[in-house]
Design a protein around this ligand. Structure first.
Ligand SMILES: [Zn+2]
Length: 254
């Protein structure tokens, strides 16, 4: 059976007989691995569609257990990503994140559309590309079923208006904002991880979640806010999704 689908290349590796395995994020079928004998170095249309940061249309032969790419045609190549180190680092982190959170064969069309928006924005954005990446990651939480509790204390349900002075603490270990009393209690647990940001994390997360990705092409968080948001997201994604593309060793810190 031949299937036709839009897709984004996540990664590829060499396999036997001079063939390669391409891992695609497809709109209709989710993540899938497909073999191909198309030579990447050739200038054919199909070869161009197998390059990183490319959005293409693929004709794929579906066998009993395997997929094989028959032909492909580029819809859009985000080639400018490769021309700038910041763009490249952030887009690579985005690809690594997608590859880890997507399950093989499970369609995620909303996430696919969001991914295309991200690629478009990161290829045009001139500053603050890490903010774009944070916005993308926060936007995926709902779809992935790991959205943090932001409307009330994650442990006792108290409204943030009754938390007392200062900005609400955020508990990575419980998965949401936490009132000071519950925070004291939770601190005693061995795996507790609570942040006390000196900014309103509820507004930051809600802003990321509610505005289109494009909004963040021109927005840069303040330095202190940015590094704390980064650390919280890094801990949060590694705890709930088993992926951390924001760890400092990537060298993305400004
Ligand atoms: Zn509480």
């Amino acid at each position: 059976m031949i299937i036709t689908t839009e897709g984004i290349v996540l990664r590829q590796r060499k396999i036997a007989n001079n063939r390669r395995m391409i891992v695609l994020f497809t709109k209709q079928y989710g993540k899938l691995s497909a073999g191909t004998s198309v030579n990447e170095k050739s200038r054919s249309k199909a070869a161009l569609a197998l390059r990183p940061f490319t959005y293409a249309e693929y004709d794929i032969f579906k066998g009993r257990e395997t997929y094989s790419i028959n032909s492909a045609q580029v819809n859009k190549s985000f080639f400018s990503i490769g021309e700038d180190i910041d763009r490249f680092m952030n887009a690579s982190a985005f690809i690594e994140y997608l590859d880890k959170v997507l399950e093989e064969g499970v369609p995620a069309p909303k996430l696919f559309d969001l991914s295309l928006e991200f690629l478009q924005s990161v290829s045009e954005c001139r500053t603050g590309m890490d903010t774009l990446l944070y916005a993308f990651i926060v936007k995926t939480f709902r779809t992935l079923g790991v959205a943090p509790e932001l409307s009330c204390c994650v442990n006792c349900g108290k409204a943030p208006g009754n938390f007392g002075k200062g900005f609400p603490p955020f508990s990575v270990s419980s998965g949401g904002i936490i009132c000071p009393e519950c925070a004291e209690e939770e601190k005693r647990a061995a795996d507790s991880l609570i942040y006390k940001p000196d900014f309103d994390i509820i507004s930051v997360f809600r802003y990321f979640d509610s505005k289109p990705i494009k909004t963040f092409e021109k927005i840069d968080l303040k330095l202190g806010v940015r590094s704390e948001v980064r650390e919280i997201l890094s801990e949060y994604t590694s705890r709930y999704l088993g992926v951390d593309v924001l760890r400092p060793t990537r060298g993305l810190e400004v």
